[in-house]
Design a protein around this ligand. Structure first.
Ligand code: NDP
Length: 372
């Protein structure tokens, strides 16, 4: 488990690096470690106690601004073990049938939806109706239409909708964005995003169109889409895409194995990206402008993220992504803080519009225009 002590040890080992690191990294380190924090705390119930839910719960143990206080699960044995591990009272435990009752629970502020993709839409609508803030995992929905309905439902219910874009708080990522905004890369021309891994068990929900909504693009390619947008700092206006499939038994109709796609931006900058479930060692972002470049590799894993720019190696400290994400999201929800890269539902709808356009372009073989 990552604790604040672990965090301090990591920081301590790189004191020099921290002194030399850009301000954004220093600010980030400060935000994670606030032992004397006495402000409001976001009380969170996790919905879906699977692999990633477990990782978030562990990371939240180091948070001071967010606290795990409840669960929603279809597996009674998991509820029991989470109760004893995290001290969760019986009154904060729900299943998928009765969690609408959370509206009557004053001890829960927000629900973090971490279930298979196809369940997000309905679950987020129900949480909003119960009057609780929502954090939803990526992809927020299966398409932009669903995504917009979720944004509208949360607006109507006057609750916040955030999406688990953990890279939006990652120090090396933020340093590249700072450099680009400061003009240190010159006019930005090109981004490359390579995202993929060889996926395992053919029976998993990620390879089931009904639950996943697609294939690699929904799961891992979305990092390249989102990364293109925040690295270049513009919204794409056209998409071209090509799908290839080497294993139609494992990757059935509607479940993409590999998609290469290209995005065009208003300034003339372009992006070229690869999303796959059938190649390893693919986790790289590369951004180049007239006066410099930036590279992250690994770019989106749990870390440590590593990178360099035309100015040298990036030395910003490694942080536990989910700890910082939850600290920051507590500030966004409770204090109205504006993150450097947005993490709200509208941000997710933009990614979903690009996903819709990529799937359309793989079918038509034509350039698809988009308006974001
Ligand atoms: P898992 O399969 O590990 O867990 C999903 C959990 O959802 C299950 O354990 C189960 O929990 C619950 N669930 C409810 N209904 C179903 C169903 N019909 N089939 C399967 N599970 C069900 O998935 P992950 O935790 O890896 O992924 C969940 C979400 O998190 C996805 O949207 C994924 O894209 C996202 N994710 C995000 C990551 C990130 O870095 N931001 C990383 C990994 C995943 P229970 O038994 O409690 O009901």
């Amino acid at each position: 488990m990552n604790t604040r002590r672990d965090f301090l040890q990591k920081i301590g080992g790189s004191v020099l690096a921290l002194h030399l690191a850009p301000l954004v990294a220093k600010a980030d380190a400060d935000r994670v470690f606030e032992p004397s924090y006495a402000g409001p705390v976001l009380r969170v119930a996790i919905c879906g106690l699977g692999g990633y839910g477990t990782r978030v719960a562990e990371a939240m143990q180091a948070c001071v601004k967010a606290k795990l206080v409840g669960v929603i699960s279809g597996t009674p044995s998991k509820i029991k073990s989470w109760q004893s591990k995290y001290g969760i009272p019986e009154k904060n435990c729900y299943n998928y049938e009765n969690f609408d009752n959370i509206k009557n629970n004053p001890d829960i502020d927000a629900v973090y939806v971490i279930t298979p993709n196809a369940l997000h839409h309905d679950q987020v609508l129900r949480v909003a109706k119960a009057g609780k803030h929502v954090i939803c995992e990526k992809p927020m929905a299966l398409n932009a239409k669903q995504g917009q309905e979720m944004v509208d439902a949360c607006t109507k219910a006057k609750v916040k909708l955030l999406v688990g874009y953990r890279m939006h708080f990652e120090p090396k990522t933020l340093e590249i964005i700072r450099m680009r905004k400061a003009g240190e890369l010159g006019k930005v021309r090109f981004f490359q995003g390579l995202c993929g891994f060889k996926t395992g068990d053919p029976g998993q929900w990620r390879l089931n169109k009904e639950l996943a909504g697609g294939g690699s693009l929904m799961d891992i390619g979305i990092y390249a889409i989102n990364g293109s947008r925040y690295m270049i700092g513009e919204e794409p206006i056209w998409v071209t895409a090509q799908e290839t499939k080497t294993d139609p038994i494992k990757f059935k109709v509607g479940v993409d194995e590999t998609i290469q796609f290209q995005l065009g931006f208003p300034s003339g900058a372009t992006a070229s990206c690869l999303s796959t479930y059938n190649m390893n060692n693919l986790d790289r972002f590369f951004l180049t402008g007239d006066d410099g470049f930036a590279e992250l590799m690994p770019a989106t894993g749990y870390g440590p993220i590593q990178g360099r720019t035309s100015k040298g190696e990036l030395t910003n400290p490694h942080i536990t992504h989910q700890t910082v994400q939850m600290e920051e999201m507590a500030d966004v929800i409770l204090k109205g803080k504006q993150p450097i890269i947005p993490v709200d539902g509208n941000e997710a709808v933009k990614d979903l519009k690009v996903i819709d356009a990529i799937y359309e372009a793989t079918k038509s073989g034509k350039k698809t225009l988009i308006s974001i």
